[in-house]
Design a protein around this ligand. Structure first.
Ligand SMILES: *Cc1c(COP(=O)(O)O)cnc(C)c1O
Length: 391
């Protein structure tokens, strides 16, 4: 029987390979940082989501070690059983305060947070409206909920408005990425909040790429665009990107958090993140708040990269965030370009369908506060050298 299974699986895999869409992991033997060791080679990396360079910060590592000494490694159980540690509680309180919302709830991953919120809050009588370019976890949460599922054109509020006008659903939820993960552009939260209020719909924002990175204090896109908890009643963000640790949280009202605690299955039926991860995240949160220099440096790298890449004639997206994709077109061409960059010791990810639409394969360059101006110059030089491949 199992050979039949493999046969079926290989058919699908071979088809992917023929279309240049096959994917495999590379093995890192170093921490995250501007330089990483891949397959024994040191490479300059521009594809991590460690936007603030905190994944390998000595203070956060120390806190992690101390908390592991104190609390051990495994949390032992789900939060509601007996896995909810002092550090989880302290982190939830700190995140609620930082995002200026009454409560926050930790999830073990962002993927689970999105599944948990959307699928528990909505049911079959409801409708969910998602931006076409939302992250897969938001899409999957919407599908799992059983609610009528609609995708509106990317950032097109007129299209969203039309759909809201037509729906007969009981409850309506609008769901959007804050910063779109493959394009790097931002949702217009004030206008989305207005639209939501006008139609009596609930707005949920996933700020995975904005949290820690955007806003003067690093509180994310809501801070940068000056919208409140009243405008965005459901805020989700992850801890494995800008904050450099792991996990995610949802912030909102007392009612929302109590509801999720009781109904969100991806919260209830999973082991709590290790307490030491929560403790380490408390230190990263402190650094995020106090060290605005990291965000300022990151912004200057973003300007430097955009200016340089434009001068070379590359097509960039309308993005002012650390996500700076170079649009290439076909998947095979994107692969060719990343391989050429690889030979020059630079690691940039080629993003291909089905992650992005056909014909928009890209090099997804991401910048980090751990990069220097010289690193960005090295990247620009390498791009100049391989420019002939970009036809
Ligand atoms: C990374 C990401 C997630 C998933 O978060 P994890 O903690 O990695 O599971 C969710 N939403 C967006 C927009 C993301 O970029």
């Amino acid at each position: 029987m199992s050979s039949t299974l493999d046969h079926v699986l290989y058919q699908a895999l071979n088809e992917r390979r023929e279309r240049n869409l096959y994917r495999q992991c590379r093995v890192l033997s170093s921490p995250q940082g501007p330089q990483v060791e891949i397959n024994g080679r040191t490479m300059l990396s521009f594809c991590s989501n460690d936007y603030l360079g905190l994944a390998n910060d000595a203070r956060i590592i120390q806190r992690f070690k101390d908390a592991a000494d104190e609390m051990g490694v495994g949390s032992g159980a789900a939060h509601l059983v007996n896995g909810h540690n002092y550090y989880h509680q302290a982190l939830e309180e700190a995140l609620a305060e930082f995002t200026n919302r009454p409560r926050a709830l930790l999830f073990s991953t962002g993927y689970m947070a999105n599944m948990g919120v959307i699928a528990s809050v909505l049911n079959k009588q409801d409708a969910v409206f998602e931006d076409k370019w939302n992250h897969a976890s938001l899409i999957d949460g919407g599908l799992l909920s059983g609610a009528r599922f609609q995708r509106y054109l990317h950032k097109d509020l007129e299209n969203l408005n039309q759909r809201l006008l037509k729906t007969q659903a009981n409850q309506k939820m609008i769901v959007t990425d804050g910063v779109f993960s493959m394009d790097g552009d931002c949702a217009d939260l004030p206008r989305l909040a207005n639209t939501a209020k006008k139609h009596n719909a609930w707005l949920m924002v996933d700020d995975a790429h904005g949290f820690g990175v955007l806003g003067d204090n690093g509180a994310g896109l809501c801070e940068a665009q000056n919208v409140s908890g009243d405008d965005v009643p459901i805020l989700m963000a992850t801890l494995g990107k800008g904050l450099g640790t792991a996990g995610a949280f949802v912030a909102g009202s007392e009612a929302l958090i109590e509801y999720l605690t009781n109904f969100a299955r991806p919260y209830i039926y999973t082991t709590a993140m290790p307490a030491a991860v929560a403790a380490a995240t408390l230190t990263s949160l402190q650094i995020v708040k106090e060290d605005a220099e990291r965000r300022i440096h990151l912004q200057s790298l973003i300007s430097q990269f955009r200016q340089g890449a434009r001068q070379l004639g590359f097509e960039l997206m309308n993005s002012s965030t650390p996500i700076q994709p170079i649009i290439v077109g076909e998947a095979d061409q994107a692969l060719l370009m990343t391989e050429a960059l690889n030979k020059k010791g630079i690691h940039v990810a080629a993003i291909r369908p089905p992650t992005v639409p056909e014909g928009t394969s890209r090099l997804r360059v991401t910048l980090s506060a751990s990069h220097s101006e010289a690193h960005v110059n090295q990247l620009l030089q390498a791009l100049e050298d391989i420019q002939y491949l970009n036809q």
